[in-house]
Design a protein around this ligand. Structure first.
Ligand SMILES: Cc1ncc(COP(=O)(O)O)c(C=O)c1O
Length: 409
């Protein structure tokens, strides 16, 4: 009998990616019956402000270099050019008193790729722990790798440890009651918009050191931190270099969602099973990728110039202002609101009696504002709603005004 090619059947276990497709479908349907409705989108977490001038200039200059035989470059080092790795080590770590070396930094095209691929170097029978609600990439990529087990409605995957993040705990997860090998943490958090302070993060580092677990720390939103008690990096916590990998991105920090540049920090002290994870990741990356393009890395380097820093601070300040407008406005309208202070995301408690999706429909119908239902990020997100500050101030004000007028008690 002819042998048939097998596919990776783990993919069949993935829940269909309904969330943003479903949102788009509902908006489209609404627009069909209400042509010309002025919809304001505060749903998807994508930046809206243009790149700082210094970044654009650096990219143009690098493009010119590529067009000149004297300065043309072919393949670069897989883990990133030394000029960028050094700039990252200096500006994002040493300047904050965290000693990270350039060869502990791996430049990539995105924190999505890195958080999604890190499992390549980790055993498939590891137990994975994730927050609920959660950025779906952590779960789905472990489903693909076969670590998640079987899915059941309401319960989720039977080999994943879900760590509920509820209001009673300030939306922070509790330490898992059973053993977890790979623990995904994301602070400031997507979707709740809540951050973690040093004392609370230390509990996780201590847990990981005691249990020989690995923390996969996603700090994609660290640039939004305003609270001095909140660490920008997990490596500000003593001992973290022995138990954590950190993921960073230029996407939300510097408006690079369409440019694509990020990096992971894998300390050399991180040794499991007698093997250096830094060496394993280096091996994985140099086998599966050929680095990030030269003009993009020059653009990322320019983020650390004085003009670049000023430019990104201005952009972030605009988003922070929008978040404040939302927090103040929604509180005035009687909503309970969370997040938004150290994050571009505002996490709104939907009024009693509504599910997240029912509130989505109500908001669309009554205010023409689009957000993201919390239940789309996990069962503990039910009853909540995510709104983003990634829009113009004018649109944010308009959206808030419409919501306040509609819901004010
Ligand atoms: C928590 C989190 N991590 C990572 C990413 C992806 O970042 P990147 O654009 O660098 O792939 C996102 C994007 O929304 C995110 O919310």
């Amino acid at each position: 009998m002819q042998k048939l090619l097998k596919i990776n059947n783990n993919f069949a276990k993935l829940p269909a990616n309904y969330l943003f497709v479903e949102i788009a479908n509902r908006v489209e349907k609404y627009l069909k019956s209400h042509p010309g409705a002025e919809i304001i989108k505060l749903g998807i977490g994508d930046v809206t402000r243009p790149l700082p001038k210094a970044v654009v200039e650096a990219m143009k200059k690098a493009a010119d270099e590529m067009g000149d035989s004297a300065t043309f470059r072919g393949y670069g080092p897989e883990a990133g050019y030394p000029f960028l790795r050094e700039a990252i080590a200096q500006n994002d770590f040493r300047s904050r008193g965290v000693d990270i070396e350039a060869d502990e930094i791996f430049v990539s095209d995105g924190a999505k790729s890195d958080t999604g691929s890190i499992g390549d170097i980790l055993g498939n029978d590891n137990i994975v722990a994730v927050c609920d609600p959660v950025y779906p990439v952590y779960v789905d990529t472990n489903v693909m790798a076969g670590r998640a087990g079987e899915y059941a409605e309401e319960k989720g995957f039977d080999r994943i440890v879900y760590m509920p993040c509820r209001r009673e705990n300030n939306f922070l997860p509790e330490l898992p009651s059973c053993r977890a090998d790979m623990i995904y943490l994301c602070f400031p958090n997507n979707p709740t918009g809540m951050g973690i302070d040093r004392a609370n993060l230390k509990k996780w580092v201590d847990y990981a050191l005691e249990n020989h677990s690995l923390i996969l720390y996603d700090a994609a939103y660290e640039a939004f931190i305003t609270d001095p008690d909140m660490p920008h990096s997990i490596f500000e916590i003593e001992g973290a270099k022995k138990c954590a990998i950190e993921f960073r991105s230029f996407s939300k920090t510097a408006g690079f969602t369409g440019i694509r540049c990020a990096y992971s920090i894998i300390p050399k002290e991180l040794v499991f099973d007698g093997v250096s994870l830094n060496r394993l990741w280096d091996r994985r990356q140099s086998t599966k990728m050929n680095g990030v393009s030269y003009p993009v890395q020059r653009a990322a380097e320019a983020v650390y110039s004085e003009e670049g820093k000023r430019g990104i601070r201005e952009n972030i300040a605009c988003y922070q202002k929008n978040a404040k407008i939302m927090l103040d406005g929604f509180a005035k309208a009687g909503f309970e609101v969370f997040g938004g202070v150290n994050s571009p995301y505002v996490w709104l408690k939907v009024p009693d009696g509504f599910t997240s999706w029912e509130f989505f429909d109500l908001l669309l119908e009554k205010t023409n504002v689009v957000g993201t239902p919390g239940s789309g990020f996990g069962s503990c997100g039910e009853g909540y709603f995510r709104l983003t500050s990634f829009n113009t101030e004018e649109n944010t004000k308009k959206a808030v005004e419409r919501i306040v007028t509609t819901f004010a008690k």
